[in-house]
Design a protein around this ligand. Structure first.
Ligand code: KG4
Ligand code: ZN
Length: 343
């Protein structure tokens, strides 16, 4: 059983081919992720219209590449899985319409996948030993949420961000500090060059129900204004500011995570999304007593198509998959699609 998976929810065009073996084991045969970071860098953030056009150009090329390296043809594919949402509407449309074209031309069954749900299970793709129930921390450029995952399609939201996502907070702080887009990982690398900081930023909304990072942005802007000359002259000062930003964001995430662990008593955790690559976050999570954290491989931390195909194949394995029937009426874009509403 072969699955072609397509992901175009934001600024990465990704395609993968996966195989489910006779015992149900799922393997990624080949995958490609084409980042558009250089296209959007000039604008300091993702420009949706440009991202859509890039997807349109990249999709046929990458699909060919991935099929070739798996030594397969489209005729060998049994199902296509495509990201249906959440994400940028125009970008999602590119992936969905491309997938529909292939599915219709070759009479291949098509399934639409929730991007966040796929992130949550990406930890299982690389750690099949992770079992239910588990907590899921999703920390990406567009999402920050903690959920309780009792089984496939049985999810309970514990908390989520009220405004900016953690990755967005990293990127916006980086932008204020003059670090090129996407600045999250670069800011983290600078932060890790020092072990202490002369600056301190407020603890972010520790006691509130949800996450909120928008106040942090204002606090950083004020701090930068006050220390502009110092930052420009001294690399150490820049690193210390990055360190303070990283600590503040990580503290907010870990505080709420710790609370979720003590309230639910669940001791397994899946961490996913781009910010799960953050070393300080990993270190702090590893210190939470009684919690075993599972991470996707670095390639599958950020947006990728393997996680889309993997989730579709997991659902196929447990018999809960519903393929689209009439492709004109079904599988429409769901730009907003909270994961706890997935059926
Ligand atoms: O999951 P992802 O690839 O895309 C979305 O679905 O949003 O996450 C991208 C986000 C960006 O905001 C990026 O700055 C952030 O993840 N990121 C990091 C690190 N690596 C990526 N943030 C903090 N530390 C990192 N090491
Ligand atoms: Zn994502």
């Amino acid at each position: 059983m072969y699955c072609l998976a397509i992901e175009t929810s934001c600024d990465e065009t990704a395609v993968a081919v996966l195989r489910a073996g006779k015992a149900g084991e799922i393997a990624v045969l080949s995958e490609e992720i084409s980042s558009q970071a250089d296209v959007h860098e000039l604008y300091g953030g993702v420009v949706p219209e440009l991202a859509s056009r890039e997807h349109l150009t990249n999709l046929p090329l990458i699909t060919d590449q991935v099929l070739n390296s798996a030594k397969l043809k489209l005729a060998d594919i049994d199902m296509i899985a495509v990201t249906r949402g959440p994400g940028l509407k125009g970008c999602l449309l590119m992936g969905i319409n491309f997938a529909k074209g292939l599915a219709r031309a070759r009479s291949i069954q098509l399934i639409g996948v929730n991007h966040i749900e796929a992130h949550i299970f990406s930890a299982m793709l690389d750690n099949p030993e992770l079992t239910f129930p588990f907590l899921a921390l999703v920390v990406s450029g567009g999402h920050t949420e903690i959920l309780q995952i009792d089984a496939l399609s049985d999810y309970h939201l514990i908390t989520r961000t009220l405004d900016d996502a953690a990755g967005e907070a990293f990127d916006k702080a980086a932008n204020l500090l003059g670090i090129a887009y996407p600045g999250g990982a670069k800011l983290a690398a600078l932060a890790d060059q020092v072990t202490e900081s002369r600056f301190s930023l407020p603890k972010v909304m520790r006691e509130a129900e949800g996450f909120s990072f928008s106040g942090l942005k204002t606090a950083i802007a004020l701090l930068i204004d006050k220390n502009r000359a110092l930052i420009e002259q001294d690399h150490q000062v820049l690193c210390e500011l990055c360190h303070a930003v990283q600590n503040s964001i990580v503290d907010a995430i870990v505080f709420k995570l710790q609370r979720a662990v003590s309230e639910t008593g669940i001791c397994n955790l899946s961490v996913s999304g781009g910010v799960s690559a953050n070393k300080e976050l990993k270190k702090c999570i590893s210190r939470i007593r009684g919690l075993k954290a599972y991470y996707p491989s670095p390639l599958h931390c950020t947006d990728n198509a393997a996680m889309i195909g993997h989730l579709a194949m997991m659902k196929q394995r447990n018999g809960s998959l519903r393929f689209a029937g009439n492709l004109d009426q079904e599988l429409l874009v769901k730009a907003r699609w909270p994961v706890e509403e997935v059926q």
